[in-house]
Structure formats: structure tokens, C-alpha cells
Design a binder for this molecule. Structure first.
Ligand code: GLY
Ligand code: MN
Ligand code: MN
Length: 433
């Protein structure tokens, strides 16, 4: 494992905060029921700065001052031969310091005792208040412990700042290490969607396609799904967060799959919509071609300097024109966009930032200004049409979304997910002789 990306990010954060202390705990283990736990997932900010996978850990970064250089300190679980027989390997502070390149590492159990000394005398404490009530209480107690010493001339931090603000700005622009992981995650997710297309047969249940995806993701080394997968046959595709995945797939219907894998903490997020029986019907083709054209128009609008809203606007224009051509809307495209007459058929935006979180960190707008795209940002492009009602009979019940993952490059955009996307490509992939 290369330590460089993580130490560079810690240095970059320290450079922006000056005389302050950053405290970022990882996520707690979460009970599922009685004594069974959910599969462990670290906190994304903690992971971004450490690459350290264990629960029971926290990062402290001490900003530099005239008499002292910056330090990064890990608190983690101690070695415990007895526990390791039950739960498996844990690094322990000494090995973790060495393996992950921290200046210091201590036992997690020492954290509360050491925290007041670590934050004392610094101008600011950077801690994500409100994320975890138990940590909030511990941090408040540490601040009180420092304030109780003010008569001895020790200063408590005057400012409490949220480290998510500078970290979100950093996370928005991916470094080379992240882009490489996301490229691999996308390849695995694409293979999962291709497997689902190939394995699909009329009469199967939606969960059987979900299983194809899960099998492909795990077999290729991803940790699993990056969010609960949607496998929605027929009209279920018009339920945006459909999650039960327990209905039968009828011949002649479409199936919409919105699923991605997580690899080394990074999400892929792909949607494909394809015919259960392997051949699009006439009306399904009509709608599919519109959504595909909307996606192409959106991707063409992505370039450095463009506002985040540009690719949504580009997709929307194509979708609304398409809705008029289909006979679902009547009127001028501009007026229909202005009055949001398309809302019953297209009710979500065309994409979001993508990274460690599927809906990744980073602002979309500040005040009235949309964020400007820059090289290294990663986002999804996911137009759709959901024709549940108020459409000509032949179109009723068709729900289609096409979602791909895109890297903003210096001169435009690179779509880095490659599951079959065109009608010909999908029908070809689903042909079985
Ligand atoms: N899968 C969640 C989304 O597409 O935003
Ligand atoms: Mn998405
Ligand atoms: Mn999705």
C-alpha cells in the first residue's frame, strides 16, 4: 500500500488550517440485531486521511507553530492476542504507526486522557460536531478540561471549526490514486451489469439479477454493493428508490438496475435498463433513444469551467423535446422547462458527485452560484424518463434511466463505466444462441 496519498492529504489539510488541532474519529461498529453487527465500514473522512481500516480508531492532526512542526497521531486498538483469536488481526499502535506512516500512535484507551493536552494552547479545534453524539460529549468534556486550566495560563481553542468544509473541497477533486481506484471500481461494476444482462431470463425474480451483480462484485474483489441495489422490473422502475427486488420479471417488460460496487472505499454507480426478453419493443425503443440522447448531450456539456448545472440543463432539454415528440407534453420546449411541466416524468436531477460516498462530499452551489467543474472531479450522469401515467397508452409503465460515471478531464469528460449502453449493444450482449 502506498502511504503517499494519505500523508499528502494530511499535509494539505494541515497547510490550510494553520494553528489548530483536527480530530476525526472513524465510524463506530453498528449493531444489526442482538449481538450481530453490520459489516464494518470506516468513516469516509477518516479513511481519506489515513487508509486505516480498523474500527476503534481516531486521527489527531496537530498544526504547526513556530516552535513545533505538524504531527499526525493515530489512536487505535491495542494488540490483543486473545481477541485476535476471535476477531482476527489488528495492527496495534506500534505496527500501525510504522505501516501507515504516522508520527505517533497510541492505544485508543488513552485517548480521553491525552485529548485535553493535545488541544490545549491551539487557536482552533477542527471537529465534525453533530455527526456522533457520543463523540460530541467526549470532545465537549475535553474542551471543559482545558478551560478548567485557564488559570494556569493554558489556553483553550477559541474557535471550533468543521473539518468537513476544507475536506469536502479536497475530496471534490480526485487525485491520481483515487482516479485509479474509481476506474477499477467502474470496471467491476460494469462487469456486474453485463453479467445481469447475460443472465436475465423471463420468469426470473428481480433478486436473481441482484445476486448476479453481487456475485460479480465480490468475485472481482470489490467489498460489495456501494448502496442498496435497485432491480426494478416493469413499472417498478418508476419507483425511484424501489428496493424490495422481489417481483418476477415478465417477458416483454424492461428491467432497470441501479447498482454499483465499492472498492477500497470508492463507489461506482451505474444504471442500465434493458428488456427482460433481450429485444426492445417499438415504444421501449422510442423512449430509450430519448434518454440515451439526453445522456450524450449531458456528457457533451461537461468540461472544466462549466457550471455544475450545465449538464442537467442539457439533458433536460433533450428529455423535454422527447416528451413532446412522444405526445406526453404539448407546447414549446422553453415554456415547458420554465413551468416544470416535465416534473411528473423526470423528477430528479441529472447527477451528483461520486467518490468515497455514492452521493459524494462537495458543494453543488454556494449562494446563487453553481460550482464550476474542474479536471479531476467525478460525477454521475443519469437522465431518465418515468412514464407511469398521463402518457399515451403504448408508453404506460415504461421507466428508463441510464447512468454512467464520468471524470472531468482537462479538455472535457471521460465516461469510465462501460457496460453496454446502446440498444444494439444491449441486444447483442443478451443474445444467447
Ligand atoms: N444510486 C443512487 C443514485 O443513482 O443516485
Ligand atoms: Mn447516482
Ligand atoms: Mn445510481
Amino acid at each position: 500500500m502506498s502511504l503517499e496519498p494519505y500523508s499528502s492529504r494530511r499535509e494539505a489539510l494541515l497547510a490550510t488550517i494553520g494553528d489548530g488541532v483536527v480530530f476525526i474519529p472513524t465510524a463506530p461498529e453498528r449493531l444489526r440485531n442482538r449481538d450481530s453487527y453490520h459489516p464494518y465500514r470506516f468513516d469516509s473522512y477518516f479513511w481519506y486521511l489515513t487508509g486505516f481500516p480498523e474500527p476503534g480508531a481516531a486521527l489527531v492532526l496537530i498544526g504547526g507553530r513556530s516552535h513545533a512542526s505538524p504531527r499526525s497521531i493515530l489512536f487505535c486498538r491495542e494488540k490483543d492476542v486473545e481477541r485476535e483469536i476471535w476477531d482476527g488481526f489488528r495492527y496495534g499502535p506500534e505496527a500501525a504507526r510504522e505501516a501507515f506512516g504516522f508520527d505517533e500512535a497510541h492505544a485508543f484507551g488513552k485517548l480521553e486522557e491525552k485529548l485535553p493536552d493535545l488541544i490545549a494552547g491551539h487557536a482552533a479545534l477542527w471537529y465534525p460536531f453533530g455527526q456522533d453524539a457520543r463523540w460530541d460529549r467526549r470532545i465537549a468534556a475535553a474542551l471543559d478540561a482545558v478551560r478548567a486550566r485557564t488559570r494556569t495560563g493554558i489556553r483553550a481553542p477559541e474557535r471550533i471549526c468543521d473539518p468537513r468544509a476544507p475536506l469536502d473541497r479536497m475530496r471534490l477533486v480526485k487525485d491520481a490514486h483515487e482516479i485509479e481506484i474509481m476506474r477499477r471500481a467502474a470496471a467491476i461494476a460494469s462487469a456486474g451489469h453485463l453479467a445481469a444482462m447475460r443472465g436475465c431470463r423471463p420468469g426470473m425474480a428481480e433478486y436473481e439479477l441482484e445476486a448476479e451483480l453481487a456475485y460479480e462484485f465480490r468475485r472481482r474483489g470489490a467489498s460489495g454493493h456501494s448502496f442498496p441495489p435497485i432491480v426494478a422490473g416493469g413499472e417498478n422502475a418508476c419507483v425511484l428508490h424501489y428496493a424490495s427486488n422481489d417481483r418476477m420479471l415478465a417477458d416483454g417488460a424492461l428491467v432497470l438496475i441501479d447498482a454499483g460496487c465499492e472498492l477500497d472505499g470508492y463507489a461506482a454507480d451505474i444504471t442500465r435498463t434493458f428488456p427482460v426478453g433481450g429485444r426492445f419493443s417499438g415504444p421501449q425503443r422510442e423512449v430509450y433513444e430519448i434518454v440515451l440522447a439526453a445522456q450524450a448531450a449531458a456528457v457533451a456539456a461537461i468540461r472544466p469551467g462549466a457550471p455544475f448545472s450545465a449538464y442537467h440543463d442539457a439533458a433536460l432539454r433533450v428529455l423535454v423535446r422527447g416528451l413532446v415528440d412522444l405526445g406526453a407534453l404539448t407546447g414549446e420546449v422553453d415554456g415547458l422547462i420554465e413551468s416544470e411541466a416535465y416534473q411528473p416524468f423526470y423528477m430528479h436531477r441529472t447527477g451528483h458527485w461520486l467518490g468515497l460516498d455514492v452521493h459524494d462530499a462537495g458543494e453543488y452551489r454556494s449562494g446563487d452560484e453553481w460550482a464550476a467543474l474542474a479536471a479531476g472531479m467525478t460525477l454521475t450522469v443519469e437522465p431518465g424518463l418515468y412514464l407511469r401515467a398521463r402518457v399515451p397508452e403504448r408508453l404506460r409503465g415504461i421507466g428508463i434511466r441510464i447512468e454512467d460515471d464520468v471524470l472531468v478531464t482537462v479538455d472535457g469528460a471521460r465516461v469510465y463505466t462501460d457496460a453496454p449502453r446502446t440498444i444494439d449493444g444491449i441486444e447483442e450482449a443478451m443474445r444467447h444462441d
